[in-house]
Write a protein that binds this ligand. Structure first.
Ligand code: NAD
Length: 297
């Protein structure tokens, strides 16, 4: 039975750890939140009281944490000193490329194999085990990474060396932020024009406006039952997380000299929405801004 340490059991990590347990792996799970630990226990994970305890006998360590500083700290202070050198370390969080490369370099110095493996798909895919993973790692380590991720994945692609997974992820999420805003603007306009948004969904989802933000994650409640719009935008992918990713994309664009003006506009709109008090709501709630209904939740 493969021994997996799983650190970070939030909106995404909770479902991902459950799928590792469902695949008959022995999952030692840890999170700072008691609620998250209880949920993991209910899904077949063994919950422990520290990262050190989780990783002690691990063959694979998977982390799913909020941002770069959490990842740097957890690896430097808790994973590296306590995990066996044979453990394969995989960070699935979305973080900046520099942090990913820094943690990979420290891992290598200490004799560990490490991969950055951020995901695309949202909480429904995390729960269903159908995430897309984009991986940055040594070529020789990829087969092991793919095998470790299998219970959680629909597709796993090696993007390149360390940091390449995160580069792919921030580019992908820049598309996602921009496309969600486009879909929300169009739905709000349809409503103003007296066109039922559900009818617009039916037409556009079969026309050239079709995209993931519309057909898999529709911000208008109703057409896609699994979308957070049907549960008052609770859970899902928080506005604050989307803002983090759009900032990462803008920082990367500024450093590399790439032009990303629509990404900059999306960052500005999500920053505004976050400041209005919607940071904890799913990012598709930005529909409320375009409908003129946004107020402190
Ligand atoms: P979340 O806030 O729901 O979960 C993060 C978890 O990490 C929390 O439960 C928190 O208690 C835990 N945590 C923080 N510091 C910790 C520590 N030191 N030790 C142990 N646990 C710690 O966030 P999420 O939505 O699950 O997102 C996690 C990552 O996945 C983020 O980087 C996000 O950008 C990325 N992501 C999210 C989605 C999505 O749809 N939610 C999709 C793709 C990628």
């Amino acid at each position: 039975m493969t021994r997996v340490a799983f650190i970070g059991l939030g909106n995404m990590g909770g479902g991902m750890a459950a799928n590792q347990a469902k695949a008959q792996r022995q999952v030692m799970a840890y999170d700072l939140s008691r609620v998250a630990l209880d949920r993991a226990a209910a899904h077949g994970c063994s919950v422990v009281e520290s990262v050190a305890e989780a990783v002690r006998d691990a063959e694979v360590v998977i982390t799913m944490l909020p941002a770069g500083p959490h990842v740097r700290q957890v690896y430097a202070e808790q994973v590296f000193p306590n995990a066996p050198k044979s453990a394969l370390l995989i960070d699935c969080s979305t973080i900046d490329v520099e942090s990913a490369r820094a943690v990979a370099a420290q891992a290598r110095e200490q004799g560990f194999r490490f991969a950055d493996a951020p995901v695309s798909g949202g909480t429904a895919a995390a729960d269903a085990g159908t995430l897309a993973f984009m991986v940055g790692c040594d070529e020789a380590d990829f087969a092991g990474v793919e095998e470790a991720l299998k219970p959680m994945s629909r597709v796993t692609v090696r993007a390149g060396d360390h940091g390449a997974g995160q580069a792919a992820k921030i580019c992908n999420n820049m598309v996602l932020g921009i496309s969600m805003i486009g879909v929300c603007e169009a739905l709000a306009l349809a409503e103003k024009l007296g066109l039922a948004p559900e009818k617009f969904f039916e037409i556009s989802s079969q026309s050239s406006g079709q995209c993931w933000s519309l057909t898999t994650y529709c911000p208008w409640p109703g057409p896609v039952p699994t979308a957070p719009s049907n549960r008052n935008y609770e859970g899902g992918f928080a506005t604050a997380m989307m803002l983090k990713d759009l900032k990462l994309a803008q920082e990367a664009a500024a450093r590399s000299g790439a032009a990303a003006p629509l990404g900059a506009s999306a960052e500005g709109l999500y920053a505004l929405f976050d400041r209005m008090g919607y940071g904890g709501k799913d990012f598709s709630a930005i529909l409320e801004l375009f409908r003129g209904r946004a107020h402190a939740p």
